[in-house]
Design a protein around this ligand. Structure first.
Ligand SMILES: Cc1cc2nc3c(=O)[nH]c(=O)nc-3n(C[C@H](O)[C@H](O)[C@H](O)COP(=O)(O)OP(=O)(O)OC[C@H]3O[C@@H](n4cnc5c(N)ncnc54)[C@H](O)[C@@H]3O)c2cc1C
Length: 451
């Protein structure tokens, strides 16, 4: 152990209200997330390890950790539930992993606006339970809502269940403000409004340690889980579009192709193995979806109210589809993309003709800047990087926008371009570049973005 790391550990041990974890098996576990969904990231990240993990119990302890990292120039990687799937919370340059699980309180609910102020380490399942008492619920949550934190979702996620109605986390109106701590010679608690919070939204914790967030919520509703059988994939696409264009409220709408359905838990197969549309709508929407199915001669099954079911369809959508496939065979991996508007089936058909059953289709309905669109999280059998790149290039050439889940940087997993405001915020809140080093691509060429 170097003198610097020894000093770091001694200094951390002297901070009141700070849990310090040195046990190697815990440090290893807390240095990982779900990056192993990508064979490429697995190769890059398996050896990454923090020097120490800390869990602050209050702001003072957090400020003290920030100060020590600044003084010793030690990398600092924030962690929520550690469910990210691109290695977002993996410490590339060792140093301290800072887990926010003690920051788990719902601080205030604002009845006039439906906003809620919540500490960043609060798990989304817990937050939703508290919101229920006020007749509210989360607008958006990932399929990992039981174990993922709200801070990790804002910093590392993008959307998920609810995106069919509310779009994506970075859409204006979802994040109202946040509080964060900087990494400076004299760290402080920053109180940022909606505009000032934007650069920290989906920045992988590279430009501030979020302590609390104010987010919008929705009226709580009873959501009904519906399964629709479809023999024809093109027809499934037409029907999901009819549902998302109808004047009804949906929480989610997804299509799983039959080969995927075959690998899902047996309860979803129902009577017949075929392509399935999985939908959650409110009670009013149910009637209209039944009518759409009648007109299209499709069999619909209403499984009942989601909160009263033994099995939840939220466990089969978004990246939980990939999770279920990988539970059967670890060689499955995945891609993420926005399909070209009205050319969805053309793209899928073309790729099916070329790749056959090597590439299986899973679609999710989303609202993109207010327009109903289809995203895809196709599942593919891993061969090698060349094969993966070829598939991505084919999707791209057919008009899909790829959100590559096999890369480490914020930009690589997004639109591939640097958000200069994120780099500028890092210059102010983390001028030594200690927060989650290696994840904000624009930081490596910061001169281009900072005046
Ligand atoms: C099976 C599966 C399904 C998934 N489904 C979805 C989905 O539907 N939608 C989706 O968007 N994502 C999804 N994900 C990815 C991930 O689960 C979510 O984004 C989740 O919200 C991350 O929360 P977390 O608490 O686990 O964050 P972590 O993984 O711990 O962290 C994520 C990122 O946020 C940063 N971070 C965490 N807390 C803070 C903080 N307080 N301050 C600053 N930075 C912080 C970390 O440094 C890291 O970069 C899925 C992943 C898996 C494995």
């Amino acid at each position: 152990m170097t003198n610097k790391i020894e000093k770091l550990k001694n200094d951390l041990n002297s901070i009141p209200n700070l849990e310090v974890i040195n046990n190697q098996s815990d440090v290893k576990r807390l240095s990982r997330d779900f990056y192993n969904y990508s064979p490429i990231l697995k190769k890059q990240l398996d050896s990454c390890l923090a020097d120490v993990v800390v869990r602050p119990k209050n702001i003072e302890a957090l400020l003290a950790v920030s100060k020590i990292c600044w003084d010793l120039s030690i990398p600092l990687t924030v962690r929520g539930g550690g469910t990210g799937n691109y290695g977002q919370a993996v410490p590339l340059a060792n140093g301290v992993v800072l887990q926010m699980n003690y920051f788990n309180k719902v601080e205030e609910y604002y009845p006039d606006s439906g906003f809620v102020k919540v500490q960043s380490g609060c798990l989304m399942g817990d937050l939703n339970r508290v919101l229920g008492k006020y007749g509210r619920e989360l607008r958006l949550f990932p399929s990992t809502w039981r174990t993922a934190s709200i801070g990790g979702f804002i910093a590392g996620g993008s959307g998920g269940i609810g995106s069919v109605k509310w779009g994506f986390l970075r859409d204006p109106g979802n994040l109202i403000g946040l509080e964060a701590i900087d990494v400076n010679s004299n760290p402080k608690l920053l109180k940022l409004n909606a505009e000032e919070s934007e650069p920290l939204n989906h920045a992988y914790g590279t430009n501030g340690i979020i302590t609390s967030l104010t987010i919008s919520t929705d009226f709580k509703q009873d959501w009904y889980s519906i399964v629709i059988d479809c023999e024809d994939f093109q027809n499934a696409i037409s029907v999901i579009k009819l549902c998302t264009a109808a004047a009804i409220e949906l929480k989610l709408a997804a299509i799983l192709e039959d080969e995927i359905v075959d690998k899902m838990p047996s309860w979803i197969k129902r009577e017949k193995l075929c392509h399935k549309l999985l939908i959650q709508s409110n009670f009013g929407g149910l009637k209209t979806i039944k009518l759409i199915c009648k007109k299209n001669k499709l069999k619909l099954e209403n499984l009942g109210r989601e909160d009263q079911l033994d099995h939840e369809i939220s466990d089969l959508v978004w990246n939980h589809t990939t999770l279920q496939m990988r539970a059967k065979d670890k060689n499955w991996t995945y891609l993420q993309m926005l399909l070209p508007l009205n050319e969805e089936f053309k793209l899928i058909k073309s790729l099916r003709d070329k790749y056959g059953k090597e590439l299986l289709w899973h679609l999710e309905a989303v609202s993109q800047q207010g327009i109903p669109r289809l995203a895809a999280l196709p599942i593919l059998k891993w061969k090698d990087e060349k094969h993966l790149n070829e598939i991505m290039a084919d999707c791209n050439s057919l008009g899909a926008i790829i959100f590559n889940p096999h890369v480490l940087t914020v930009e690589g997993g997004g639109l591939g371009v640097t958000d200069s405001d994120q780099v500028k915020a890092k210059q102010i809140y983390d001028p030594k570049g200690l927060l989650n080093p290696g994840k904000l691509g624009g930081w490596a060429e910061k001169e281009k973005f900072i005046d």
